[in-house]
Design a protein around this ligand. Structure first.
Ligand code: C5P
Length: 225
């Protein structure tokens, strides 16, 4: 068997949360640890790919053989992804904040004994959808979907709406911090145009290996067409 089935391929991965600044000391964030995305980057590098990893703020070691670019906000992540394309495969695992504050306060916001400030939010760019519709669209574009209900149904809708090839969907309901978000294990569904594959619950490293295997199979299939 080929131990480096992704040799010669560029795989771009996004991982982690984004931080959306409110003022110099405060930000909006989410519970993404970056573990699943980092594991996918590691597995792709093990499979011989050239891997670029755009990482939001996380406390994780860079996997061996992976080229890492750190960003904070969704806008920074979008710019970095654009800069790193083209890629043969992109796996967008990052839990990008849907919103950012409309106006960044240059100075730390004060209590001043008056009413609490209202945070006015505005929508962030959808990096995945932008890449899907762009000129540099990777041949295999994979998104993730973190859902708390109707996981597979929502993933099918998301796959079509975003114009991506596969959606890897997981259920992020469950205990805070030790569940899927922040935890070590994951149970995913791989939703493609062909159907839905249900994987057992397993360590995120094993989910990553399984996904990379399927990526290699898909690229090999394309090459034979
Ligand atoms: O729409 P939703 O956030 O559920 O979509 C999740 C997928 O889209 C993930 O692959 C995530 O990395 C990507 N995404 C993105 N940019 C956003 C929002 C989500 O790339 N602003």
């Amino acid at each position: 068997p080929d131990h480096r089935p992704l040799f010669g391929k560029h795989v771009l991965v996004t991982a982690g949360p984004t931080h959306e600044p409110i003022d110099p000391v405060r930000y909006i964030a989410n519970r993404s640890s970056g573990r699943q995305g980092f594991a996918i980057a590691a597995a792709a590098a093990n499979a011989g790919a050239r891997v670029t990893l755009v990482a939001g703020p996380v406390s994780l070691e860079t996997p061996p053989g992976v080229e890492r670019f750190d960003v904070e906000s969704a806008e920074e992540m979008a710019a970095e992804v654009k800069r790193l394309l083209p890629a043969d495969v992109a796996v967008m695992v990052a839990a990008v904040s849907d919103w950012r504050t409309k106006d960044f306060a240059e100075q730390k916001m004060k209590k001043r004994g008056s009413a609490p400030p209202a945070l006015i939010l505005t929508e962030n760019p959808d990096i995945l959808a932008t890449v899907a519709g762009g000129t540099n669209r990777p041949g295999l574009l994979i998104g993730f979907a973190a859902e708390t209900e109707d996981v597979v149904e929502n993933a099918k809708i998301k796959r079509k709406r975003k114009g991506v090839d596969w959606i890897v969907a997981n259920d992020v309901s469950g205990p805070v911090g030790t569940g899927v978000m922040g935890g070590n294990d994951n149970q995913v569904y791989i939703v493609t145009s062909e159907g839905v594959e249900t994987l057992e619950e397993m360590p995120k490293q094993d989910v990553a290996r399984a996904l990379v295997e399927r990526i290699a199979e898909a690229l090999a299939g394309d090459a034979h067409e």
